[in-house]
Design a protein around this ligand. Structure first.
Ligand code: GTP
Ligand code: MG
Length: 170
């Protein structure tokens, strides 16, 4: 009897857990963003930016916002690590794609990485949030300017949003 209730309970609550993948090329600010989210939305103290090193494995962050459990998967963005991303696509419900808006010389790299993500069949239909990060820096471009630059043809068919943020300021 107990196991029946436990099974039901697990079924009901596992439904309210959402997996969010945080992707983007190296140094975009993915881990800094995750640590900031942890500090703001949970009572765990996130790592301060000076203690964050380039990601090689996987960082997991769990937060709860108005009753919904969000599980964030933050992966490494170095070129040799990007092939690992697709292993997580099947179980992901949404994607946050982070771009360093203060580094135009790497926009092209971000654009092709993002286009590859959008083409993958396991992510068709997944909502997408594109973040123009590092808005605290004077040289950063706005989210509109970044959207114009990326000129993503495939975006029209999906739920997506551009947002300007700073992982430092929150
Ligand atoms: N000024 C500024 N710097 C930032 C911001 N977010 C991240 N950084 C800096 O950018 C660098 C890279 O940040 P990470 O969070 O390690 O980047 P990442 O995307 O996780 O990189 P990988 O793990 O290698 O894929 C670090 O020096 C951060 O302190 C931001 O909003 N503003
Ligand atoms: Mg990282």
């Amino acid at each position: 009897m107990f196991s029946l209730f436990y099974g039901l309970w697990k079924y009901m609550f596992s439904k309210t857990e959402f997996h969010v993948l945080i992707l983007g090329i190296d140094k975009a600010g993915k881990t800094t963003l995750l640590e900031k989210l942890k500090s703001v939305y949970s009572n765990l103290e996130g790592l301060s930016p000076d203690r964050i090193v380039p990601t090689v494995g996987l960082n997991i962050g769990r937060i709860e916002v108005s009753g919904t459990k969000l599980v964030f998967w933050d992966l490494g963005g170095q070129p040799g690590l990007r092939s690992i991303w697709e292993k997580y696509y099947e179980e992901a419900h949404a994607v946050i794609f982070v771009i360093d808006a203060a580094c135009p010389s790497r926009f092209e790299d971000s654009k092709s990485a993002l286009e590859k993500v959008l083409r993958h069949e396991d992510l068709q239909g997944a909502p997408l949030l594109i973040l123009a990060n590092k808005q605290d820096l004077a040289e950063s471009v706005s989210s509109e300017e970044l959207a114009r630059y990326l000129d993503l043809k495939k975006l029209d068919e999906r739920v997506y949003m551009f947002e300007a943020v700073s992982s430092y300021d929150g």
